[in-house]
Design a protein around this ligand. Structure first.
Ligand code: AMP
Ligand code: GLY
Length: 436
């Protein structure tokens, strides 16, 4: 099987790496890729957000499958163009990608499908925003309705700050979704969908804020680990039964079947499991950790999703190890990241047992050296027998990577490793689950 992977980031590097480990995958191409991807497979310098360009490349390369990584090409209709060219594609149509591209649309589908989520209101002006904020009370949650790379959400106790964020979205010609605040730990579950059937991957946890202890602004994600030993038993089945399958059924019913991965962002609140958001692609950097543990060949799974037939897939096989991904970000991320600096120590980092490096914002300079080219530059991914060992290895690797001014969080998986994550079951006392 010949596969073309679309996208420039860490998620795509991780996907390429896993595809290359699939015995049924004979050839992998990527577009546009990054420095790490270009060391593994041929890359093609096209505009990944241009549906015709992607379809033309896929046709020229005579690939059997196109895997679309990021949300922007999906929202631009890349999957539709590739499908129209007669090539199977892992990734939803433009219409189905609205589940991520519009938070208001996602809320509408969730309501139709009976999916548990935060109560929400759409606001189009300051008056409506103020009214919605006062209905739900503090902490205030204000979300830009469009695509914002994880950065369009403000959660604050300060009413003026909440109003100011809403106003900046109105000024840009947009609307906002204002929600009730959800307490409790967050979980990311990736559900493969073929339009009809669903298969869940192992849950992961992401760290969205830039600084330790969840301080500072939101980012695309600063690290992740998987599996979640503290997660309630039956969580994955609950997500399939109450969230993913009803959503897939509803999308089919609407005539816009969902093919690809439905990324369910959840909060395990004191009132039960609630959806925070849907994304229509793999999470970054969760994918770097999740795929590191997946033993079932990835190409076959993505093809089954693209062509239909996930119902015939055997139960997924996973490594017993724990995976941790720690993102190394450029100076000044998530604001205006500094780029163009040499990155050293990548080989040394990979010499740490269980460690590999996944590139995100990197490119090769004129001399063929790896330099930074984006906000989140790379992720050091480690496998270990447990979370404690995986963390140690990941951070040993991070210490060996040198990038001027770079930053990383020191607490990825820290609370979980210390058994400090509490899930409050509805009606019950707080339960702390620590793995013996
Ligand atoms: P989103 O772009 O919807 O994923 O939101 C980004 C982040 O904002 C989430 O990962 C949460 O940490 C936070 N967030 C979003 N919605 C809520 C909510 N209703 N209650 C509490 N936190 C939220
Ligand atoms: N890590 C969260 C996301 O990919 O949106």
């Amino acid at each position: 099987m010949k596969v073309l992977v679309i996208g420039p980031g860490g998620r795509e590097h991780a996907i390429v790496r896993s595809l290359l480990a699939d015995p049924n995958v004979s050839e992998v191409h990527a577009a546009p890729g990054n420095a790490g991807i270009s060391k593994l497979v041929p890359t093609h310098a096209i505009d990944a957000n241009d549906p015709d360009a992607v379809a033309a490349l896929a046709t020229k390369l005579t690939v059997d499958l196109v895997v679309v990584g990021p949300e922007a090409p999906l929202a631009a209709g890349v999957s539709d163009a590739v499908r129209a060219a007669g090539i199977p594609v892992f990734g939803p149509s433009k219409a189905a990608a609205q589940l991520e591209a519009s938070k208001a649309f996602a809320k509408e589908v969730m309501a139709e499908a009976g999916v548990p989520t935060a109560m929400a209101r759409v606001a189009g002006n300051a008056e409506e925003a103020a009214d919605a904020l006062d209905t739900f009370g503090a902490p205030y949650v204000v979300k830009d309705d469009g695509l914002a790379a994880g950065k369009g959400v403000v959660v604050t106790n300060n009413r003026d700050e909440a109003l100011a964020h809403a106003q900046s979205c109105f000024d840009a010609g947009g609307t906002v979704v204002i929600e009730e605040f959800l307490d409790g730990p967050e979980v990311s579950v990736f559900v493969l969908c073929d339009g009809l059937n669903t298969v869940a991957l192992s849950p992961a946890q992401d760290f969205k804020r830039i600084f330790d202890n969840d301080e500072g602004p939101n980012t695309g994600g600063m690290g992740a680990y998987t599996p979640l030993e503290w997660a309630p038993e039956g969580l994955v089945q609950e997500v399939l039964d109450r969230v993913a399958q009803p959503t897939v059924n509803q999308m089919a019913h609407r005539g816009t079947p969902f093919v690809g991965v439905l990324f369910v962002g959840l909060a395990l609140t004191s009132r039960g499991t609630r959806v925070i958001e849907f994304n229509v692609r793999f999470g970054d950097p969760e994918t770097q950790a999740v795929l590191a543990r997946l033993k079932t060949p990835l190409g076959g799974l993505l093809m089954a999703a693209a062509k239909g037939g996930l119902d015939k897939v055997q139960p997924l096989r996973w490594s017993r190890e724990t995976a941790v991904a720690v993102v190394v970000a450029a100076e000044n991320y998530p604001d205006k990241p500094r780029t163009g600096d040499r990155i050293r120590g990548l080989k040394k980092a990979e010499s740490v047992e269980g460690v590999h490096v996944i590139h995100a914002g990197t490119r090769l300079d004129d001399e063929g050296k790896v330099v930074s080219a984006g906000g989140r530059v790379l992720a050091v991914v480690a496998l270990g027998t447990d979370l404690v060992e995986a963390r140690e290895r990941a951070y040993d690797g991070v210490e060996l990577v040198h990038l001027e001014g770079s930053q990383f969080r020191t607490d990825i998986g820290g609370k979980a490793a210390r058994g400090e994550i509490k899930v409050q079951t509805p009606g019950g006392p707080a339960a702390t689950k620590a793995k013996a």
